[in-house]
Design a protein around this ligand. Structure first.
Ligand code: NCD
Length: 338
């Protein structure tokens, strides 16, 4: 299938941080994700999807632990026919011989058409993208989690989950969204925070112990964009007003001296006893993995959307890959739908 040359501009090449997404792009990605889900419901649709990028190869460079982001990218690639190679431990790459990561990435780019990368360092995906932008072999980079700072594809799947959950209530516009847990080092909530400027009349409620409050860069951005937010340590008092609560894990892998264990996080957990205080059509989300921030018994409540959120991730990543390779119009305009 020929790649499109009819569209004047690709809307994005790399996926590095959520600041690069505007509302039309977000709405377009959501529409595309829904179309892909419909195709995937039947064999013909799945075979069609698998034919779209069977001529492409991807590198999954995940040197920081990952289960769902790795698997969902791997499966998203398989859905589109993309073949994958992977590195999951830098001790098995030439970095151990002293090669710089940027040199290693440049090496990967010799073999593949897209690099998906998760690293414990912040900003590496951006450095890699800058490097590739100067070379003859410019390969798209997808940031699948960069240290404490960003996890843009997670935020995109979170937007899709919110939009889908609120589809009969006017979408995300006008909603009050709580974010709870380790907001300081949780890259998912940080990335999602940057996207909120794209929605009208949204209010944010940050629920965290003082040690894990949302950082000033995100709060400053929200103030500049006139997105109102409040900060509280009292989950119970704000639960009744929330349309969604997005709960995160304490990110103690970033601890230098075990400081997380000294913080009392007992008031930042959702149990069955809290559910009666919440709106009947509220949405409970979590990027997963969870520890004890959400009691497993909450899973049975219809407002718990985190397992659906996880599966949405695979479909959103299919959508992202089709945009990068400019074949999304084949999906939107195909006659196979319905
Ligand atoms: C998140 C991450 O890696 O930042 N996980 C994920 O990708 N779904 C959240 C976390 O690890 O707490």
């Amino acid at each position: 299938m020929p790649e499109s040359s009819s569209r004047p501009e690709n809307e994005f090449f790399h996926v590095l941080k959520t600041q690069q997404f505007d509302r039309p792009l977000l709405d377009g990605l959501c529409e595309l994700t829904t179309a892909i889900r419909k195709f995937a419901k039947h064999k013909e649709g799945l075979l069609f999807l698998r034919s779209l990028l069977a001529h492409k190869r991807a590198m999954l460079y995940f040197t920081q632990p990952s289960t769902r982001t790795f698997l969902s990218f791997n499966n998203a690639c398989q859905i589109l026919g993309i073949q994958t190679s992977e590195i999951r431990d830098s001790s098995t790459s030439s970095e151990i011989k002293g090669e710089s990561l940027l040199d290693s990435l440049r090496t990967f780019s010799s073999y593949v058409d897209v690099i998906v990368m998760r690293t414990k360092e912040s900003g590496l995906a951006e450095s890699a993208a800058k490097l590739f932008d100067r070379t003859h072999r410019r390969v798209p980079i997808i940031n699948a989690g960069s240290g404490k700072d960003q996890h843009p594809t997670q935020a995109l799947l979170d937007i899709y989950t919110l939009e889908r959950s609120f589809q009969h209530r006017g979408g995300i516009d006008g909603k009050t969204i709580g974010m709870m847990g380790d907001l300081k080092r949780g890259r998912t909530v940080r990335s999602l925070g940057y996207l909120m400027k794209n929605y009208q009349d949204v209010k944010l409620v940050f629920i965290a112990p003082p040690a894990f409050r949302m950082e000033e860069d995100i709060k400053g951005h929200l103030r500049e964009c006139n997105i109102p937010y409040v900060e509280t340590e009292d989950m119970q008092s704000v639960l009744p007003e929330l349309d969604a609560i997005y709960i995160t894990r304490i990110q103690d892998e970033h601890d230098i001296a075990g400081e997380s264990s000294k913080v009392d996080t007992s008031q930042f957990k959702l149990g069955v006893k809290h559910l009666s205080s919440m709106k009947k059509d509220a949405v409970i989300m979590h990027p997963l993995p969870r520890r004890d921030e959400i009691h497993p018994d909450v899973d049975d409540d219809p407002r718990a959307k985190y397992w659906r959120q996880e599966r949405n991730g695979m479909w959103m990543r299919v959508a992202i890959l089709t945009k990068i390779f400019k074949i999304d119009h084949h999906i939107l305009h195909a006659n196979l739908l319905d």
